[in-house]
Design a protein around this ligand. Structure first.
Ligand SMILES: NC(=O)C1=CN([C@@H]2O[C@H](COP(=O)(O)OP(=O)(O)OC[C@H]3O[C@@H](n4cnc5c(N)ncnc54)[C@H](O)[C@@H]3O)[C@@H](O)[C@H]2O)C=CC1
Ligand SMILES: [Mg+2]
Length: 306
């Protein structure tokens, strides 16, 4: 049986010879740039961005080459093809689709298509399933007031916590602090997570699922200067009034009650606090959110000691 490196070398040879044969009359140095890259699961990635002169590539030639190559890759035991297409090379998408490729995902400047070539159903992971929205319940513990807004774009004007969608690579607490500031002008600091809501087929998530997290924040400024595009009203409201109010959404009402409970009985009863740990990948850290762990549980090294 061939090793992965050997398969890859053969794939590259096939690729180069295929291009040379199919593109006679075109620049053959062009084709040597396109090298399938094998992933650890046995899939092959093709990057059309490697083509130096893509305008010289005829879609019919690509089609014939892909057909031949796919037969070969299947025989070599590869399981899937990932085809990465820069937006300006989009005409090759239809060519790939004719051979059974389907969209996996798209970014602003490229699309990725896949073709499962092993036996059985595709085991390739699907792309993003959820969007993430984060709101900040900013509670001033001195006054017992919480920051609330009414959304300008929603049909019912119910009080809610300011918040919005998380940006790529952004921590949950940072989204809450940023969104609160953008919508209300209030500066705040992250304290904990209070709740997570999961909702499927969300209209605002283009039919995907929505995760909506509410964080507990503490204010470090108090003068409201709210965003006129997004908010109709914004004010500091007695937390107990919000907890009793009918002019609110069920989620805001329930989390206002949870927050009131924590305010009266201790935030340790409601908080999911954050701890940071080094990830397996060098130089990266992740954030872990969970209920407070007593010191002797945090530091235990031997379960039998307990
Ligand atoms: N229960 C609650 O109290 C509510 C919770 N949510 C959750 O909050 C999160 C989203 O927060 P948002 O404040 O809506 O997001 P956001 O604060 O990130 O952005 C909202 C703004 O995006 C713009 N926008 C959104 N869709 C648009 C479109 N199709 N065309 C043009 N402009 C568009 C509008 O300017 C809108 O004001 C979601 O997770 C959602 O489930 C949203 C509303 C109420
Ligand atoms: Mg918002």
């Amino acid at each position: 049986m061939l090793g992965a490196g050997c398969c890859l070398r053969r794939s590259r040879q096939l690729l180069a010879s295929g291009w040379t044969r199919l593109l006679s009359g075109s620049s053959s140095s062009e084709v040597t740039q396109l090298e399938p890259q094998r992933d650890r699961f046995g899939g092959l990635s093709l990057y059309l961005s490697q083509l130096r002169a893509p305008e010289r590539l005829d879609p019919g030639a690509l089609r014939r080459w892909l057909q031949e190559s796919i037969k070969q890759w299947r025989a070599e035991g590869h399981i899937a093809i990932w085809l990465h297409v820069p937006i300006l090379q989009s005409r090759f998408i239809a060519t790939a689709a004719e051979l059974g490729f389907a969209f996996h995902h798209a970014e602003s400047d490229s699309a990725t298509l896949t073709l499962w070539i092993a036996d059985g159903r595709s085991r390739l992971p699907i792309y993003a399933t959820h969007q993430l929205g984060v709101a900040g319940a900013v509670l001033d513990v001195q006054s017992g007031k919480v920051l609330v807004v009414q959304d300008r774009n929603k049909t019912t004007n119910a009080w809610k916590f300011p918040g919005g969608l998380s940006e790529p690579g952004e921590d949950i607490g940072s989204t809450a602090v940023r969104e609160v500031f953008e919508e209300t002008g209030i500066k705040s600091e992250f304290r904990s997570l209070l709740s997570i809501r999961q909702q499927h087929r969300h209209p605002g998530a283009f039919g995907k699922s929505d995760m909506y997290i509410i964080c507990r924040l503490e204010p470090s400024s108090f003068n409201i200067s709210f965003c006129q595009q997004e908010c109709l009203k914004c004010e500091w409201m007695e937390l107990s009034d919000l907890a009793k109010s009918k002019e609110t959404t069920p989620i805001t009402s329930n989390i206002a009650r949870l927050l009131l409970y924590g305010y009266r009985e201790g935030f340790d009863k409601i908080d999911l606090t954050m701890r940071e740990f080094p990830a397996v990948y060098t130089g990266l850290f992740y954030k872990l959110y969970h209920r407070e762990l007593p010191e002797h549980y945090r530091n235990m090294t031997n379960l039998q000691d307990m």
